[in-house]
Write a protein that binds this ligand. Structure first.
Ligand code: IPD
Length: 274
């Protein structure tokens, strides 16, 4: 019901903001890489772990029977049908270098078989993404539109690919990056420009706000895009996946509804040459 969604949205927003404030102040005292994950480029800081503990504790207190899935390992089965999918710091490499674009991403998801913005059988119904450096809180719930600090967002404008500012991101393995380089090589002469912003959650929120015209990335994990994809969708963007993705490695392609096909066709053409 709208009331139930509003109350979940309130929790998502409150937690994203408070954890965001914490990671921003932790950053002021400096950051060390605590560990690497899938490759030397895939880093985790002590702040990622601390922030995920804070998120988990906050959710356990407010919603003790819900499930939780987090980037840094949180995995709790719930009994309510709702699973929170959280990324304590999306944009960890930016965070490490003190580049100001990093985000806390919090989404409430359900798996009821209905179509939605996620590629793993879940459906995000509520999302909040908070960028602590710029104090920007992006929010959405299913059917309720998307907002930035409470102001409704209109999504990206229809833009021919030749004048589109296109954001993307790269995975952490050499194989994935080699494949992604081929796509970038195809796109660069055909678009206004390309951005590698460094946070999938921010990319999707910036698309919702019309700060970029399109975004695509392959190999995202649910916590990277659960909240951001719902926010982009609710702002009016069209989100596509690709049919031949490996399980767990969706290719997200997102832009204004009349523009997304042109980008998809170029990406398909690049993959066809691999
Ligand atoms: C990463 C960022 C990045 C994207 C990677 C993600 P993390 O998330 O969203 O922009 O290109 O695919 O893994 O590791 O900083 O939470």
């Amino acid at each position: 019901s709208p009331d139930a969604l509003a109350s979940l949205a309130d929790i998502a927003a409150t937690l994203a903001r408070s954890v965001g404030d914490t990671i921003r102040s932790l950053r002021e005292t400096g950051v060390d890489v605590a560990a690497t994950k899938t490759s030397i480029n895939d880093v985790v800081t002590a702040a990622d772990r601390r922030a995920e503990k804070l998120l988990t504790a906050g959710l356990r207190e407010l919603r003790p029977d819900d499930g939780i899935l987090g980037e840094e390992g949180a995995s709790i089965e719930g009994s309510t049908g709702i699973t929170w999918v959280v990324d304590p710091i999306d944009g960890t490499v930016n965070y490490l270098y003190n580049l100001p674009v990093y985000a806390v991403s919090v989404a409430a998801t359900v798996s009821d078989g209905a179509a939605g913005t996620m590629a793993d059988g879940r459906r995000a119904v509520v999302g909040a993404v908070y960028l602590p450096v710029t104090d920007e809180l992006f929010t959405a719930w299913q059917g309720g539109g998307a907002q930035l600090n409470g102001v409704p967002l209109d999504g990206p404008a229809e833009t021919p690919l030749g004048s589109a500012l296109v954001a993307t991101g790269f995975g952490y393995t050499v194989e994935r990056r080699t494949e992604q380089a081929a796509v970038v090589q195809r796109l660069i002469p055909r678009v206004r420009d390309i951005r590698r912003i460094g946070s999938a959650a921010a990319d999707l929120c910036f698309l919702a706000a019309g700060r970029i015209d399109a975004y695509y990335e392959r190999g995202l994990q649910p916590w990277d895009y659960a909240a951001g994809a719902l926010i982009a969708h609710e702002a009016g963007a069209a989100l596509l996946g690709r049919g031949h993705d490996a399980p767990g490695e969706p290719m997200l392609i997102a832009a204004a509804p009349g523009s997304v096909g042109e980008l998809q066709a170029e990406i398909e053409a690049a993959y066809a040459t691999l």
